[in-house]
Every structure is written in structure tokens, then in C-alpha cells.
Design a protein around this ligand. Structure first.
Ligand code: UDP
Length: 482
């Protein structure tokens, strides 16, 4: 009897569904949004996962014990991708092909749920949902998992595409969406650097469909990106184009991280280190360095004589996003001893910890012994660092990470960005030693720490009851109730 009452009670709660595209950087923030709605705003959530056997980190989510009651993960069965993928496909093309095939199964899966969701929240690369879910008449919201700066540029892209001949990267000066911060052509998101290839066409396809959304949530907040958020709200250009309301709800970062054996060892090692003394080095779920660059990084770390944790991946000379579709996975070739400089692990033992492929990043950044983060500047990593008050050494690799690195080092003031010497492709060991020392013990470290702690405080204010992000999430829950 009691169980029936509970079931009926929970069925009275409004039901919302989520669909992220494959990739931990997309799944994690949508899952956090779903958790918040369920835990604090009286909503039930169904979270669709596009199955892919390749990503161990994604598959771990299915067995996560930290999901609240009222949040159900439903898998969209794995499709045969052998006729769809080829080795030359870049990230957005490959994600779009995967989503395009998997999403056809979605309407039937939704219809089999006990009740229809009141809304569907998708990320940027799932815009095929606007077509396949039409017959269900469910409003679809978009969750922009990157910066507001990139959102503004993307909403401006159809205009830019019409007005500019040739490549954007060949423009003489910075690119600037109306009212927004300028972006140097060399820092532009990879997907906009060559307008002739599929990668650009897919990116354009998805962003040009954003106006179909009932609203665009963005994982940011006023104090982090005041200029771009204001431009989207008030600039005459953005008022003149048909875009839905942009709703800041960030920073939503991974909480309650499940820590397995390997992760527990890392945290235990951190327990033994002095406060703010360890540099955490990780390149997101998919980043890999070239062989030469990894060697320089290892030498630079060793020469800096600072404590560190290095999440080491097998180097890739082909592409910096080599591990994107196999995040957290491992194979025989992943043993760091096979590719780090000879003797490195032995010489740095005690001061440094080398971890193959994956670490519980949010927990490491939240640990009091962590003093700085050498990061590829994916948006989730950026937010996790700021929310935990950890300054950044900005080391962008692919996608929009160069834009984030420029923003963090030049506008926000929480990062230092190393550069290769003139004529060199890789960042040399001396430069790495310099920035590591600077971020860990230099005057600049004090200034960056003060600034990042300010932002950490403002992030908490935005997310706590009464804050802007909290209120925006609460308003969405109310819309679902109505
Ligand atoms: N991550 C992690 N452990 C790792 C590497 C990455 O937990 O060893 C998580 C990280 O905490 C973040 C996400 O994976 O939440 C990466 O997202 P981000 O947007 O930073 O970069 P992407 O992987 O999408 O390039």
C-alpha cells in the first residue's frame, strides 16, 4: 500500500527528459542539471544515454550509485556504426552521424515510458531531435555546454557566414559577435577554421537550428561572462534575430563523484601532501599529446621540482582528440612506462604521481592539497577548477579550447598560458618549468588565486537558493508543473 502511495506521489511530479550526445563533456553537465531538478525542484527525470561500448567512463554512469531516486537512465541501444563511421571523420561529424542514427529509435522509446515527458532537454549536437520528436509535440530546450562567448559567436554564425568571403581564420582582425568579447582568428573553435569540410557543415547545421528551441540553457553565470551574457540579452543585433531566451544556470559541475580503486589511491596520495602543493595535469576526456610534446611536458614537470599528478595517455601524433570516443578506456599500450622519458617515473617518485588514462578529476580539484590545474580548458574542466578555487595553466588542444584559454588568461584572470618558442610546434621544457613555477609559487599565483576564489564565491551565490542560476532552474521546474 505504502509503495503504491509513493509511486502515485512520484507520478504527480512533472517529468522531464534529457538527451546528451556521446562524450563525457556533454553527458556530465546534462546529468548534473537533471540531478538538480530532481533533488531540489520536485521533478522526475529520464536520462537517455546513446550507448557506445567504446567509452568506459560513459558506461560507468549506468552503474552509478549516486543517482537520486526519481532519475532514471534509459539506454538507447547501440547501433551498428560500421557502415557509418570512417577513420577520417572528425569529432562533430562523427557525433552527428552517431546521434542521427541512434535518435531514430527515440520516439518509440519515449512512447513506451509510463508517461510522456513535459519537455526534452538536448545538447547542441542532438538537434535532429527537432525533427524526429515533432510528432510527440514536446517542447525541446537546448543546453549549451560550452561558454556563453561561443554561444554568442554561434548564434552570429549564419550572419558571419553570409557576410564573409573566404576563411574566418584569414580575417585581418579579431572576430567579434555584436557586443561580445573579441576572438583572435588563431584562437577560433576548430570547427570554424575550414568552411569547406563536413565538420563546419555539421556545426553550422546544429547552431542554425538553435532558434527551434523553446529556450537555451547555458552553463555559465553573470560574474563569469558578464559581457557576452549582457550582449545576448540587450544588444540590438541579438534582439533582431529570432532566438529563444538564453537562460544561465551554471556553473553545474560533477558532484558526488564515484571513486573507484585507482581513484581512491590518488586521493589517499593527495591526503599526504601539504595544502595547495600539487599541480594536477589532465587533458579532459579525450585529449592526447604528441610524442614529442609529452616528452617535453615530463621534463618540464621534473625540472620545476613541484609536486604533481599527471594523468598520462598514450601519445598520439595523428590527432589531439585521439581518446575522445574511448574516454576512461585502457589497453596494453597505455602503460606510462612505455612512453614517458626513461627513468622519469623513478626520478619523480614521491613528488609526482603518474596515473594512466583517467582520474576522479572533480574530487582531485576539490582536494585541499591541489594548488593548480594544467588543463586542456574544456568548459567542464574550466568550471570544475573555478568552483574549487584552483588557478589554471591553460593548455588548449582542440575544439573551442583555445577560445577558453584566451578568455581565462586575458579576460577572467585565472590562468597563465604557456607558448611554444618562435618557430617551434611544441611547448619546450623550459617554458613548462617557468609556468609551473609561476602558477605554484610566483607572485602571479597569488593574484590568480585571489581572482579564482572570488569567482568561486560568486558561483556559490549563483547556485544557492535565491541566486540567479538557482532561480532560473526553479522557474523551469515551474514551467514543467504548469
Ligand atoms: N574527466 C575526469 N577524469 C579525467 C579526465 C576528465 O573525470 O581523467 C572529466 C572532467 O572532470 C570533466 C569531463 O571529464 O567533467 C571533461 O569535460 P571537458 O568539457 O572539460 O572536456 P572534454 O573531455 O569534453 O574535452
Amino acid at each position: 500500500m505504502a509503495a503504491t502511495t509513493t509511486n502515485t506521489d512520484s507520478m504527480l511530479k512533472p517529468h522531464v527528459a534529457f538527451l546528451p550526445s556521446p562524450g563525457m563533456g556533454h553527458i556530465i553537465p546534462l546529468l548534473e542539471f537533471a540531478k538538480r531538478l530532481v533533488q531540489h525542484h520536485g521533478v522526475r527525470a529520464t536520462f537517455f544515454l546513446i550507448s557506445t561500448d567504446a567509452s568506459a567512463a560513459q558506461n560507468d554512469l549506468r552503474h552509478s550509485k549516486s543517482l537520486p531516486a526519481g532519475l532514471n537512465i534509459v539506454e538507447i541501444p547501440e547501433i551498428d556504426t560500421s557502415g557509418i563511421f570512417n577513420d577520417d571523420m572528425k569529432i562533430v561529424t562523427r557525433i552527428s552521424a552517431n546521434v542521427g542514427a541512434s535518435i531514430k529509435l527515440l520516439p518509440a522509446i519515449i512512447k513506451r515510458l509510463p508517461d510522456l515527458p513535459k519537455a526534452l532537454v538536448i545538447d547542441l549536437f542532438c538537434t535532429q531531435a527537432f525533427d524526429v520528436c515533432k510528432e510527440l509535440s514536446i517542447p525541446i530546450f537546448s543546453f549549451w555546454t560550452a561558454s556563453t562567448c561561443l554561444l554568442a559567436l554561434s548564434l552570429y554564425l549564419p550572419t558571419l557566414d553570409r557576410e564573409v568571403d573566404g576563411e574566418f581564420v584569414d580575417l585581418p582582425g579579431p572576430i567579434r559577435a555584436p557586443g561580445c568579447n573579441p576572438i583572435r582568428p588563431k584562437d577560433l573553435i576548430d570547427q570554424l577554421t575550414n568552411r569547406k569540410i563536413e565538420e563546419y557543415k555539421w556545426y553550422y547545421y546544429h547552431v542554425s537550428r538553435l532558434p527551434l528551441a523553446a529556450g537555451i540553457f547555458v552553463n555559465s553565470w553573470e560574474d563569469m561572462e558578464p559581457v557576452d551574457l549582457r550582449a545576448l540579452k540587450e544588444n540590438a543585433f541579438f534582439q533582431s534575430i529570432p532566438i529563444p531566451r538564453v537562460i544561465p544556470i551554471g556553473p553545474l559541475i560533477k558532484q558526488d563523484e564515484a571513486v573507484n580503486g585507482n581513484g581512491a589511491e590518488i586521493l589517499a596520495w593527495l591526503d599526504d601532501q601539504p595544502p595547495e602543493s600539487v599541480l594536477f595535469v589532465a587533458f579532459g576526456s579525450g585529449g592526447s599529446l604528441s610524442t614529442k610534446q609529452l616528452t617535453e611536458l615530463a621534463w618540464g614537470l621534473e625540472m620545476s621540482q613541484q609536486r604533481f599528478i599527471l594523468v598520462a595517455r598514450k601519445p598520439s601524433d595523428a590527432t589531439p582528440s585521439a581518446s575522445f570516443f574511448r574516454a576512461g578506456g585502457s589497453d596494453d599500450g597505455d602503460d606510462p612506462l612505455l612512453y614517458l622519458p626513461e627513468g622519469f617515473v623513478g626520478r619523480t617518485a614521491g613528488k609526482g604521481l603518474v596515473v594512466p588514462t583517467w582520474a576522479p578529476q572533480a574530487a582531485v580539484l576539490g582536494h585541499p592539497s591541489t594548488g593548480a590545474f594544467l588543463s586542456h580548458c574544456g568548459w567542464n574542466s574550466t568550471l570544475e577548477s573555478i568552483v574549487h578555487g584552483v588557478p589554471i595553466i591553460a593548455w588548449p588542444l582542440y575544439a573551442e579550447q583555445k577560445m577558453n584559454a584566451a578568455m581565462l588568461s586575458e579576460e577572467v584572470g585565472v590562468a597563465v598560458r604557456p607558448a611554444p618558442a618562435a618557430g617551434e610546434e611544441v611547448i619546450g621544457r623550459a617554458e613548462i618549468e617557468r609556468v609551473v613555477r609561476l602558477a605554484m609559487e610566483g607572485k602571479e599565483a597569488i593574484a590568480m588565486k585571489l581572482r579564482v576564489k572570488e569567482l568561486k564565491e560568486s558561483a556559490l551565490v549563483a547556485l544557492n537558493e535565491g541566486g540567479q542560476s538557482y532561480n532560473n532552474i526553479s522557474s523551469f521546474a515551474h514551467i514543467l508543473l504548469e
